[in-house]
Design a protein around this ligand. Structure first.
Ligand code: NAP
Length: 234
């Protein structure tokens, strides 16, 4: 049975990815930092394993991946966002965004690759954002972290392709999850006007893209950014 680890696996998009990968036949490690109850519930329902660690803690990440050993797929999905003027965001918050979103993904990839390279087998999927492609006002640190994930994906894909490992990125548009619960009804109707397909994204849409990139149907695809955004950024 193929194995997959999804960081932030108990979040809105993470849960959909975990459930979809389990349907696809993966044994899934559902990572969480705080949402223990939800992670345990999801893991139980999909016959997977809930696993706690903070992606920004390098030592913790190394020791967890070392104890897991063989892994076929890593999905770097954990992320946080903060809205505010660039000049109002504190150094602490800025550091936290970069450490979780970008450095966290790099920590997990570095740890997972120790085995993947030895085994000449593996697949890494990074969940970036449309804001990493085009930048968002009042989400500058977040956009920088997500743009960093795109650069990270492309460079790593080139470096480890000779080891038979693929690295791709999914760039979601506006997906209805807890992360977007702060928007008012008025904000939401303005955002909807900017989505050509006329509907908000669902976690399922991202899970479908991950499922494709995790499968043999994408065996010749690496270093790419798959935008799943209803046409919001083209
Ligand atoms: P969400 O529901 O808020 O989930 C975020 C997840 O990240 C949570 O499961 C959380 O786990 C986890 N996380 C946060 N800090 C962590 C840490 N230090 N270590 C491990 N896990 C950590 O958000 P979402 O909408 O599903 O977002 C998932 C990913 O998609 C994020 O990377 C986000 O940037 C990206 N994205 C989302 C949208 C959107 O519109 N929703 C658009 C573009 C990109 P705990 O609860 O256990 O802390």
């Amino acid at each position: 049975m193929r194995s997959a680890l999804v960081t932030g696996g108990a979040g809105g998009i993470g849960e959909a990815i975990c459930r979809r990968l389990a349907e696809d036949g993966f044994e899934v490690y559902v990572n969480y930092a705080h949402s223990e109850e939800k992670a345990l519930k999801i893991a139980k329902e999909i016959n997977g394993k809930a696993i706690r660690f903070d992606v920004s803690g390098k030592k913790e990440v190394d020791s967890v991946f070392c104890s897991i050993g063989h892994l076929d797929l890593l999905v770097n999905n954990a992320g946080i966002s903060e809205i505010g003027l660039f000049t109002d965001i504190s150094d602490d918050i800025s550091e936290k965004i970069l450490n979780i979103n970008l450095k966290g993904a790099m920590n997990c990839a570095r740890a997972a690759l120790k085995n993947m390279i030895k085994e000449h087998n593996g697949n890494i999927i990074n969940i970036s954002s449309m804001w990493g492609q085009c930048g968002a006002s009042c989400e500058v640190d977040y956009s920088a972290s997500k743009a960093g994930m795109i650069g990270f994906t492309k460079a790593l894909a080139k470096e480890i392709a000779p080891s038979g490992i693929r690295v791709n990125c999914v760039a979601p548009g506006f997906i209805m999850t807890e992360m977007n619960s702060r928007f008012s009804e008025e904000d939401l109707s303005l955002i909807l006007e900017d989505i050509p397909l006329g509907i908000f994204g669902k976690p399922k849409h991202i899970a479908d893209a991950v499922s494709f990139l995790a499968s043999d149907k994408s065996e010749y695809i690496t270093g790419q950014v798959l935008a799943v955004n209803g046409g919001m950024v083209i």
